[in-house]
Design a protein around this ligand. Structure first.
Ligand code: ADP
Ligand code: NA
Length: 330
């Protein structure tokens, strides 16, 4: 039968993706190219909800796409595109917004978190309706599954509710997607505060490994990562969050199992592990940086790849929107 379809997006809100983005998301995207009919987008519409600079956004969108290609997305095996290149996202979001209850939207905890940081009065309506746009992203492609982290579960529930509601009211139109938590998903924590997730918005520079930063800097950050006072190299995220995070990164980048690493480092110190991991991280980021630079050095080719991706995406999204418009009486 046909492969299950997945859709996933990443925001171009930083100059570089970080190691958490790669190990928690992008690595799975690369793997799913061969098992799924995979749609991936750089979600620039989502990146303007809290104020932005146009030139910075333009640069980050291109660098984001180049990094995804450099990390292993292959346009022959997946559909990679920029959200704003496909007008149906905004068009469907309007329609879905009209079947979303204000109370229902108000219950989204991510809005509550983000808006309380900047003040609810000053938050944009776009930040408030963000989950509706996310629902449109997914439903346009009739995705069967959406790879999500725990933090996105509530938004996926809203997507499912909206799909079911629309189908019930206007006739079967959307596939109701299920959540899909890939088994290899690593949760990477902040190197300086190993109980918090590595995050572009919350981590300090020393706590986050950017894929495009100077590898010597990354190595230094690994070597000065916070670890507990014990000496044993043992995986125990509760009692030893720092060393466990380093073991997770090590395992994910080297392909060696955690028990295998624990065994190999028996009787050796944290310093040995950090030194080895620092080298592994450097060897990992170097080719990604080189390939990213190659994509960015040929803007015509990058534009072409993204234009082809947008065309492939539109062949599905335009058909869905046509059905939607017809069903609702346009
Ligand atoms: P951030 O949290 O840094 O703002 P995003 O929200 O843009 O990053 O996340 C993009 C993708 O990367 C999502 O799929 C998210 O689950 C994943 N991700 C982000 N940070 C981490 C992390 N520390 N560990 C694992 N996955 C992560
Ligand atoms: Na997130």
């Amino acid at each position: 039968g046909r492969r299950p379809r997945v859709l996933s997006g990443i925001q171009p809100t930083a100059d570089s993706f970080h190691l958490g983005n790669y190990l928690g998301a992008v690595r799975n995207w690369v793997a799913m190219q061969d098992t799924h009919d995979a749609f991936y987008c750089v979600v620039d519409l989502h990146a303007i909800t809290a104020g932005h600079d146009p030139e910075t956004l333009r640069r980050r969108t291109r660098v984001g796409a180049a990094q995804l290609l450099a990390a292993g997305l292959n346009p022959d095996r997946c559909t990679l595109f920029v959200q704003s290149h496909v007008p149906e996202h905004a068009q469907l979001a309007w329609v879905l917004g009209c079947i979303t209850g204000f109370g229902e939207a108000s219950r989204m905890t991510q809005f509550k978190d983000k808006s309380s940081r900047q003040g609810t009065e000053r938050s944009s309506v776009g930040l408030f309706t963000y989950p509706i746009l996310q629902a449109a992203d997914i439903l346009l492609y009739q995705a069967d599954a959406v790879p999500v982290g725990e933090d996105q579960r509530q938004h996926l529930e809203l997507t499912r509710d909206l799909a079911q509601r629309f189908n019930g009211q206007f006739g079967r139109t959307f596939t109701v997607p299920s959540a899909f938590i890939p088994k290899e998903t690593a949760k990477i924590t902040d190197l300086q505060d190993p109980t918090a997730k590595m995050s572009k918005s919350a981590s300090s520079p020393a706590g986050i490994i950017d894929l495009l930063e100077d590898p010597a800097r990354s190595a230094k950050k690994i070597r000065s990562a916070v670890t507990d006072t014990g000496r044993e190299i043992h995986f125990d995220p509760e009692a030893k969050p720092g060393i466990s995070n380093l073991l997770s990164i090590y395992s994910a980048l080297s392909g060696r199992s955690i028990p295998d690493l624990e065994e190999a480092y028996t009787g050796r110190g944290y310093g040995d592990l950090k030194k080895d991991l620092a080298e592994i991280v450097v060897e990992f980021v170097k080719p990604i940086q080189e390939r990213t630079a190659t994509y960015l050095d040929d803007p015509v080719q990058l534009d072409k790849l993204l234009a082809v991706g947008a065309e492939k995406a539109r062949s599905i999204s335009a058909a869905t929107l046509r059905t939607v418009y017809q069903r609702i009486g346009f």
